[in-house]
Design a binder for this molecule. Structure first.
Ligand SMILES: [Zn+2]
Ligand SMILES: [Zn+2]
Length: 145
């Protein structure tokens, strides 16, 4: 499953003429196998042992390449650093207020809200975002101790 996604992503990059390097491959692999929502810093820390010469700037450059190729989405939450999401299926996020973990969940896209917003305001609607906030399972258990 993850390998499939990885192979597809590599194909997509090839088609857009992006050269594959070991670092680029590792970043892509990390994003696709963890399926989390890491920051550039977290990716850096996960890979620094394997690539001691890699800089955070390299991570950012690669993330930009992936973003342009439509392989990752950049998520911004307030003033904290961007997170990167390699799950390109339509989904929403639920975020833990304690540990900041972001979990995907599937839900039909709220097109009705967009239509209603357009109708009521006359805007040409482009997109919307919705996040649910709460306390994750792990943090609930820690609190209960
Ligand atoms: Zn939590
Ligand atoms: Zn996600």
């Amino acid at each position: 499953m993850e390998n499939n996604r990885l192979n597809q992503a590599i194909e997509t990059l090839k088609k857009t003429g992006v050269r594959m390097t070991p670092q680029r491959y590792a970043i892509l692999e990390f994003l696709l196998t963890s399926m989390g929502h890491p920051t550039a810093d977290e990716i850096y820390r996960a890979l620094e042992e394997k690539f001691p010469n890699m800089s955070v700037a390299t991570i950012y450059n690669n993330l930009r390449v992936f973003k342009e190729a439509g392989l990752v989405r950049e998520l911004t939450y307030g003033d904290s650093s961007s997170r990167f999401d390699a799950n390109m299926d339509s989904h929403y996020h639920i975020i833990c207020r304690e540990c900041g973990k972001i979990v995907d969940f599937e839900y039909p896209s709220l097109i009705n809200v967009e239509e209603e917003a357009a109708r009521k305001t006359g805007f040409r609607v482009e997109t919307h975002r919705m996040e649910i906030y709460g306390i994750c399972n792990t943090c609930q258990k820690e609190k209960a101790v």
